[in-house]
Write a protein that binds this ligand. Structure first.
Ligand SMILES: Nc1ncnc2c1ncn2[C@@H]1O[C@H](COP(=O)(O)OP(=O)(O)OP(=O)(O)O)[C@@H](O)[C@H]1O
Ligand SMILES: O=C(O)c1ccc[n+]([C@@H]2O[C@H](COP(=O)([O-])O)[C@@H](O)[C@H]2O)c1
Length: 199
């Protein structure tokens, strides 16, 4: 048996969670032999505009990940007051999983490009190994990052974004097969993205 557990962390606003997030997490889980991937919905994402209520984003993430035995969801970021900083996420999850686990933080190419603008970025990069994944429309590069902090991984291309899903719902277009079936139904049940909620 392997001594150290390998835990993936997929942070995101997940407004809503879509198949691009799920494919990226599944591919990295398989490629790195991760014991589990913990999805961590943001509380207050300070680099984004207004977002849907945290409980709605959390519940959509639970619905989307429930069928995969490797996937879990953490409330760490939505239960912490104030803006969400990944340096805090990683401190909290290192405390939860302990010294015998290695953390792998998964980011898409767009997020990786901006990662040095994140709070306490150099300290944050020391708290996990970062995995940058390909995303259609964005260049995947680690040229701006310290050596040995990130591994770049090609994942199946899914040209899906949460903002495009929100726009489709607002315009009455379907999001079937862009997001999991249960998430389509949750969006309809809660009336998300139809004008009352931020798009
Ligand atoms: N289609 C995709 N392929 C690969 N990675 C993705 C994809 N969509 C999002 N990601 C990554 O998932 C993480 C969380 O993304 P987020 O929840 O902000 O979704 P988003 O689709 O980028 O949202 P929005 O369109 O509202 O900006 C980020 O690291 C992002 O780069
Ligand atoms: O730590 C930061 O300052 C920081 C700034 C922007 C984004 N992040 C994290 O990056 C992940 C993706 O965020 P987002 O806004 O693209 O959904 C999520 O886990 C965020 O908490 C973190």
């Amino acid at each position: 048996m392997r001594e150290r557990r390998r835990i993936g962390i997929m942070g995101g606003t997940f407004d809503p969670i879509h198949h691009g997030h799920l494919v990226a997490a599944s591919e990295v889980q398989s490629r790195f032999g991760l014991d589990e991937v913990v999805f961590v919905p943001t509380g207050q994402p300070w680099q984004k505009g207004p977002v849907s209520p945290a409980e709605d984003r959390y519940l959509m993430t639970v619905i989307a990940t429930a069928s995969n035995p490797h996937f879990q969801v953490s409330r760490a970021d939505i239960d912490r007051d104030g803006p969400t900083y990944t340096v805090d996420t990683l401190r909290d999850l290192n405390a939860v999983f302990g010294a015998t686990a290695d953390l792998f933080f998964i980011t898409g190419a767009d997020a990786l490009a901006k990662i040095l603008s994140w709070k306490d970025a150099l300290e944050m990069l020391s708290l996990a190994h970062f995995v940058g994944v390909t995303r259609p429309g964005f260049e995947l590069s680690d040229a701006h990052l310290p050596a040995d902090t990130v591994t770049l991984v090609e994942v199946p291309a899914m040209a899906i974004s949460s903002s495009a899903c929100r726009e489709r719902v607002a315009e009455g277009q379907p999001v079937w097969y862009l997001v999991p079936d249960g998430v389509v139904q949750y969006i309809a049940k809660r009336g998300l993205y139809r004008g009352e909620s931020p798009v």
